[in-house]
Design a protein around this ligand. Structure first.
Ligand code: TXA
Ligand code: MG
Length: 323
């Protein structure tokens, strides 16, 4: 069983234990503002291999490497001016930049899947301070079994991976609730590889540049972005205006959904219609709907603006045919 430490109650104990386990080349579960990460030393190939093993990931996808800030990131990657502007504006925070690796840097090829670029981000709060203390980059995908819904609480991690990891740091519920926004600057253009916890409109506001969306059907640039991902056990039905009796219902903004009284469970992502609140609740509510035993989860429509883009992206993946 994983040892569990609450970082609010024992910040220093959590820090010391985390550094010790990481130095032993083992992954830990750590809270970030987006989702809980399964973090290991990105310079240690055995430690990185243990991430894949723990998640049961079928393939070696490139992982996001987490740093304490721009100064640390510069040891591993080179910044073009636009990426630098983005890091200055949004780090620490839910933004991952794809940047060229510096030659001969310490990040192991197992973390980057042998690419000549790296996905890099500075997380907020305890995670950032832990990385500064450890003074090495941490590779960290979400702390869940491959293909399952990302965890936004220590309980989520414990239920899924508790018997496979040494240490879970409990930092309460993730404040953002969906994974980071991933962008790549190329030829002066900002390409959105994954919508996420940072609203693309904020990137446009800060840079004055239009964020370029991936054309539908384009080759998968961010290799972890497979259709059937984030899958609950139940099937997922989107854009529902009615409930099939026995379905679980997850609605938004107090939407009227016909037959709601016949649902196995009714949850509202944000009764007041806040997309930030909806993102923070999304994965937890999907798990709760799943736990109701319903064979299908119906979602009422979610607006596509702001964080709605990331929410709808995750829902479409959850609803995609499974293989
Ligand atoms: O919020 C997050 O980003 C969370 C927390 C833990 O920080 N992490 C996360 O990591 O979502 P992960 O490993 O599940 O997602 C990594 C994504 C994948 O889609 C991967 O393909 C993409 O980042 N990625 C990483 N390096 C890349 C690169 N060099 N080029 C293109 N895509 C890359
Ligand atoms: Mg994931």
């Amino acid at each position: 069983m994983a040892r569990r430490i609450n970082i609010d109650r024992d910040w220093q104990g959590a820090m010391d234990a985390a550094v010790e386990v990481l130095a032993d080349g083992l992954p830990i579960a750590m809270p970030t503002e987006t989702v809980y990460g399964l973090a290991a030393d990105a310079t240690n190939p055995l430690a990185i291999a243990r991430i894949y093993e723990t998640k049961g990931r079928p393939r070696f996808n490139p992982l996001i490497c987490h740093v304490s800030g721009i100064a640390m990131a510069e040891r591993y990657a080179s910044f073009d001016p636009i990426s630098r502007q983005l890091a200055e504006a949004f780090w620490p925070g839910p933004l991952t930049l794809i940047l060229p690796l510096v030659d001969g840097g310490p990040i192991h090829a197992l973390a980057t899947a042998g690419l000549d670029s790296v996905g890099i981000r500075a997380p907020m709060g305890f995670a950032g301070e832990l990385i500064a203390a450890f003074d090495r980059p941490l590779a960290a995908p979400s702390a869940n079994t491959s293909g399952r819904i990302s965890p936004t609480s220590a309980d989520h991690v414990d239920a899924d991976l508790g018997d496979r990891i040494a240490l879970i740091l409990d930092g309460g519920a993730s404040s953002v609730g969906v994974e980071s926004t991933i962008v790549k600057v190329e030829g002066g253009a900002i390409r959105l590889l994954r919508p996420g916890g940072l609203d693309a409109a904020d990137i446009e506001r800060v840079t004055g540049l239009k964020v370029v969306r991936q054309a539908a059907g384009a080759a998968i640039e961010a290799p972890g972005m497979l259709a059937s991902h984030y899958a609950p056990g139940a099937s997922v039905r989107l854009g529902a205006d009615h409930v099939v009796p026995g379905e679980a219902l997850i609605r938004f903004g107090n939407a009227h959904v016909a037959g709601a009284e016949t649902a196995a469970i009714v949850l509202d992502l944000s009764p007041t219609g806040s997309l930030e609140e909806a993102a923070a609740n999304l994965f937890d509510f999907m798990k709760r709907a799943d736990a109701s035993g319903a064979g299908s989860i119906a979602f009422s429509p979610i607006p596509e603006n702001g964080l709605g883009e990331a929410i709808n992206d995750r829902l479409q993946r959850a609803a995609a045919p499974r293989d």
